[in-house]
Structure formats: C-alpha cells, structure tokens
Design a protein around this ligand. Structure first.
Ligand code: NAD
Length: 270
C-alpha cells in the first residue's frame, strides 16, 4: 500500500473540524499531521483526540496555520471565507494543496479563490456528500429533459447556527439547473417572496430558506408543471457524510497538479 496522505485540519474545533478529525482517523489512506484553530480559542495547545475522541494523536492544535505547511500535503479547511482565503494565500508557492469546505463566498472572493488555483491544487465543493454530488447530476438531466415548461423552486433547511443563506449547496443546485436551461443564475434567481409579488415569471428559479433546530442539511429541488411535479430531495442526517467525502477528496487531491476541482472529479463524473 502507498504512503498515507498527510492531512491537516484548519478549524479543527468546529462542528465540521471535529468530524474531519474522526474521518481522518478511520481512513486507511490518510494520516493526521496537523490541526489549527483561531487564536485565543481554549482548544489551542491540546491534543486533537480531546476534540475527536479516541486515542491520543500526538498532534496539538496550533493557532498558526503556517505550522501546518511544514508537515502536511493537504490542508482541509472548513472555517469562514476570509479565513479560507488566508490559508490559500499562505500555501501559495508551496506544494501544499487545500480542500475548501467553507461556504458563503461572495463573487469577488470566488474570483480570488479561482486565481489561487493557478498555483495550488484546490478542491472546492459546497457539499462533500456523495449523495449531493449524484443529485447534481440528476438535476442536470431532469432540467434538460423538462425544459422551460416546468417552474423550478429550491427549498433548503439547516440548523439555527448557519450564518449564510441560501446554502452553498442550494446555490450550486440552482446554478446546475440554470446552466442546463441556458439561463444565468445571477439574472434569474429570486430569493424569498413577500407581499404583492405578481404572478410567477416562468424564467425564474426561486429559493426558500429554513433555519431551525439542529437540521444538518435538507435540499429539495421542485420542478412543477401542469398536472404533475417532480421533487429531487437530499437529506443529510449525519455530518460525517460531509467529513468522509472531504477526506476522500483530500486523499485524491494529494496527487493532483494545480487546478480547481470539485467532487465530480473525485467520483469520476466529469
Ligand atoms: P463552526 O463555527 O462550528 O466551525 C468553524 C471553526 O473555524 C471554529 O472552530 C472557529 O474557531 C474556526 N476558525 C475561525 N477563525 C479561524 C481562523 N482564523 N483560523 C483557524 N480557525 C478559525 O462552523 P461549521 O458548522 O463547522 O462550518 C464551517 C464552514 O463549513 C461553514 O462555512 C459551513 O457552511 C461549511 N460547511 C460545509 C460543508 C460542505 O460539505 N462543504 C458541510 C458543512 C458545513
């Protein structure tokens, strides 16, 4: 068997960070070589096993991301847009690759991320679950077959702590459908409705957001025509599904040249 990929986690103390540590521990081709979180956090300096459970790893959480560059091939980062861009800046001119799990980038930040991919292998997916990746493929097929006669609405639900809306996954679903229908999501998206909205414009794609309790992530894309409707739904019931997908992606990314990749590349769907 080849040498395990050396992986570090940034945002290690977060909801996803802890799951990523667990997913690395259970992956036979991955080895944890570093972990970081924000300066001032009580978790700085502790062994990562305190966050993930299990036996001591000998890897202490640092507050300095540049420490990760010395020991790791790939940094897996689920934090916040500005933090992720800081990691991409730090790895430029090194051989370290980055799996970006963070969502909520604005258009200008996305351009910056794309520019970093000229020098760094970057994996960027708003959702690392295998199921969502397959759902995106189904949505492309459905939209092409149904065409403009069916209204498209995207409904997503997440836990009360989520800070961005609509979810990155919902936006990606909208983008896939818009492209399949020959539309530009920036021009046809409608975010929520209130008051006297007038009749629905058939060319729009609507988004509805629910934030409640501990919902991990539900997405439904509704294609509604005359006399019938199709709903394609994905429900995540465990964050480990994202973490396992991200670690699978990180192991794959360790041997790739600079470029911008997504989960479809990992699953061979491109
Ligand atoms: P969280 O708030 O629980 O965790 C974020 C972590 O980042 C915290 O531990 C925080 O201290 C740390 N952090 C903040 N600033 C930092 C810095 N400067 N350096 C290092 N660490 C820093 O959030 P979460 O629920 O784990 O989500 C994190 C991100 O991942 C969000 O953008 C979320 O939408 C996204 N997410 C993506 C997927 C996916 O499959 N792509 C799945 C779930 C969540």
């Amino acid at each position: 068997m080849s040498t395990p990929a050396k992986l570090a986690v940034n945002g290690a103390a977060g909801r996803m960070g802890r799951q990523l540590l667990m997913a690395i521990a259970e992956h036979p081709a991955a080895h944890l070589t570093g972990a970081a979180d924000a300066p001032g956090q009580p978790t700085i300096g502790i062994d990562t096993s305190v966050l993930s459970g299990g036996e001591a790893t000998g890897v202490a959480v640092t507050d300095n991301v540049s420490v990760l560059l010395k020991s790791s091939q790939v940094i897996v980062d689920f934090t916040a847009p500005a933090v992720s861009l800081g990691v991409l800046e730090a790895v430029t001119n090194t051989t370290v690759a980055v799996v970006v799990g963070t969502t909520g980038f604005n258009a200008q930040q996305l351009k910056q991320l794309e520019a970093y991919a000229l020098k760094t292998p970057i994996m960027f997916a708003p959702n690392y679950s295998v199921g969502v990746t397959v759902a995106l493929d189904l949505l492309d097929k459905a939209a092409r077959a149904l065409g403009d006669d069916y209204d498209v609405e995207i409904i997503e639900a997440h836990h009360r702590h989520k800070v961005d809306a609509p979810s990155g996954t919902a936006l990606t679903m909208g983008d896939v459908v818009a492209k399949a229908l020959g539309r530009d999501l920036n021009e046809c998206a409608v975010y929520g409705r209130e008051g006297i909205t007038g009749a629905r414009d058939t060319q729009t794609i609507g988004f509805e957001t629910i934030r409640a309790g501990d919902i991990i992530g539900d997405h439904t894309v509704l294609f509604a025509g005359n006399g019938e409707r199709i709903e394609i739904t994905h429900r995540a019931t465990d964050r480990m599904t994202f973490a396992r997908g991200a670690i699978r992606a990180a192991v794959w990314l360790a041997s790739q040249p600079p470029g911008l990749y997504d989960m479809r590349d990992v699953l061979g769907l491109t």
